[in-house]
Design a protein around this ligand. Structure first.
Ligand code: PHE
Ligand code: CA
Ligand code: ZN
Ligand code: ZN
Ligand code: ZN
Length: 295
């Protein structure tokens, strides 16, 4: 798997920040900054050889958009999806939440193209609209998939907030081994969790499980039995003393003090956390999509 260049991920964040700044400081559903964000992501993917689509839906009287990008090739009956929500809240530009996940998966998709990867699985990337209003884009996508197409999706990896300034290193607890209370996910979620954990182990960074309760766009996928996994560096939760000992940073302070606020700008990013998570995404995509025999 490639080492994803942090500078490239940050360049996408700068573009998303500029889009917000030029559009009233937000990239929220129904605002012009959202469609501009979708067009930015899509143009990058088109130039890299993806087959892209802008899927529109209506929520709250406004049109929302999902960007869907397919990498040609792979087994059409064995699809790995990778997604992140691209919308912000209205209060701010949403650079950590979720420019970070959006930029990290975009750069992973571009690395697939640069390497001319020929995975055994078919790879599909998605940037979701209106997550902040209740997972509307991802729910619309899953609801509108014909049953046969749904059955072809064998796994979904989700990345929502992966550069929190006072970062933790959380992996969705797909097997409920940390007993976060929401129960294990669909069979196969545990394997995705292990693959991501393996990467962090290889770089010597300890991880902890986090709730697998549907508080991001993997929710609609696990609700229909599709295995899912992903990472998270923390939102409004407070870092404990034990977590500060484990990971550094400041105990007694939120993982992201600018969560859902105007100050969620390019200054609100922990470069180390963003770099490690981007590399973890590439590792998980390469490992899962190129496995022989497919897993
Ligand atoms: N979905 C939340 C948001 O966008 C963030 C979040 C992600 C919370 C993952 C918990 C787990 O605001
Ligand atoms: Ca890197
Ligand atoms: Zn949010
Ligand atoms: Zn989010
Ligand atoms: Zn677990």
């Amino acid at each position: 798997p490639p080492d994803i260049p942090l500078a490239n991920v940050k360049a996408h964040l700068s573009q998303l920040q500029s889009i917000a700044t030029a559009n009233g400081g937000t990239r929220a559903h129904g605002r012009p900054g959202y469609l501009a964000s979708a067009n930015y992501v899509r143009s990058q993917l088109d130039a890299a050889g993806y087959t892209t689509a802008l899927q529109s839906f209506t929520y709250n009287g406004a049109t929302g958009y999902n960007v869907i990008a397919d990498w040609p090739g792979g087994d059409p009956n064995d699809i790995l999806m990778v997604g992140a929500h691209l919308d912000s809240v209205t209060a701010g530009p949403g650079i950590n939440d979720n420019g970070s996940g959006s930029a990290a998966i975009l750069e992973t998709a571009l690395a697939v193209s640069r390497q001319a990867l020929q995975p055994t699985k078919h790879l599909r990337f998605a940037w979701w609209g209106a997550e902040e209003l209740g997972l509307r884009g991802s729910q619309f996508y899953v609801n509108n998939l014909p049953a046969a197409d749904r059955a072809r999706i064998k796994g979904y990896l989700n990345f929502d907030m992966v550069g929190s300034p006072n970062a933790g290193y959380f992996v969705y607890d797909g097997d409920n081994s940390d007993g976060t209370g929401s129960g294990p996910g669909p069979a196969g979620s545990a394997q995705l969790e292990r693959t991501i954990q393996d990467y962090f182990t290889s770089i010597g960074v300890p991880t902890r499980g986090t709730d697998f309760d549907g508080r991001s766009d993997y929710g609609p996928f696990i609700a229909v039995g599709i295995p899912a996994g992903g990472t998270f560096t923390g939102a409004e939760g407070i870092k404990t003393a034990a977590q500060a000992t484990l990971w550094g940073g400041t105990s007694g302070q939120a993982f992201d003090v600018c969560y859902h606020r105007a100050c969620d700008t390019t200054a609100n990013i922990n470069d180390t956390a963003l770099d490690r998570n981007a590399d973890a995404i590439a590792y998980a995509v390469w490992t899962t999509a190129t496995a022989v025999p497919p897993v």
